[in-house]
Design a binder for this molecule. Sequence first.
Ligand SMILES: [Zn+2]
Ligand SMILES: [Zn+2]
Length: 359
Amino acid sequence: METIQSYKCPCCGDALTFLGEKLHCESCGNDFALEDMQHLNEAEGKANSASKYDWEHYEPRSYEDNSEIDLANYNCPSCGAEITGDDTLGSTVCPYCGQSTIVKGQFEGTLRPDYIIPFKIDKKAALAYFEQDAKKAPFLPDAFKNKKKIEEMAGVYVPFWMFDCDCNASISYDAQRITRWSDSNYDYSKTDYYTLFRSGRVGFTNIPVDGSKKADDAYMEAVEPYNYEDAVEFSGVYLAGYLADKYDVSAQESIDRANERVTNSTISLFSSTTAGYDIVMPKNSSVNFSNGKIRYSLLPVWMLNIKYMDKMYSFAINGQTGKVVGEYPIDNGKKWSYFAKTAAIIYGAAAAIAWFLLH
Ligand SMILES: [Zn+2]
Ligand SMILES: [Zn+2]
């Protein structure tokens, strides 16, 4: 006897029976073509399968002293940051906590990055970007306009893991399209139900994941994007005049974040192809990566910390594009004096009008 593949109704879940040329549902009365049901089963099987991520193993390379530049190690006595940098740097306030001056020590060797995006914006330009950005903040405390303070800004190469991969994904959705109309007696609404299936391949290059515990992840993601066309093979000469942090979050530890970023980007890219329905609900998804490559890169960031009312306000400026990230506090004293003056002007104007009307 021939075994028959049993199909479930995609609308109500009941078993379908073969009737005439079609698969028929006794419960809800819908008919389906056999070919459509075969496609649907295959698609849902794919979307239901477990996601697999295939990343290569990253082998750290050690820094060989090839006299490109003299490096030193710097330590922050306040927050414990350990930073490598140009040996000739003068005293520099810790770019991570802004609390104290970092102390220079012997260069102890570090891990060699694969790529670097050199600073494109010098300190003068970075200061100008910051001052321009600060103008949009109302009632900004004077500490944020103090030239001497904002000149403590330090150029830091922040370690990032860069991930490349090919992503194959299958996602299924339940969707609805609702049509409404009226005649003189009634309002009508008709809902059409759809099962959508999207499958495709997306290539990702240079997905950055911050490799430093000291650098705030949210800040580092906000300071993106970087233009990776400017990335060059690492050479120590690019560090002249700057600090360079070394990673303390391993490639392996960063993989979860990379998986999350690739998966979320793929899901939102696929969702953008489901326009034209009133309701779209993702049902099943599977995301698989292959050819995953990991590289260690340094990206340029200007960092500044300003203390106000016992709280440290941190700013990061993209050293390639000048994008400024950070929050500004409000000086309440300035705010109230502004309102008091405005109120006085309005009161004064009202009094003048009253005088004019009375005379
Ligand atoms: Zn049914
Ligand atoms: Zn520090």
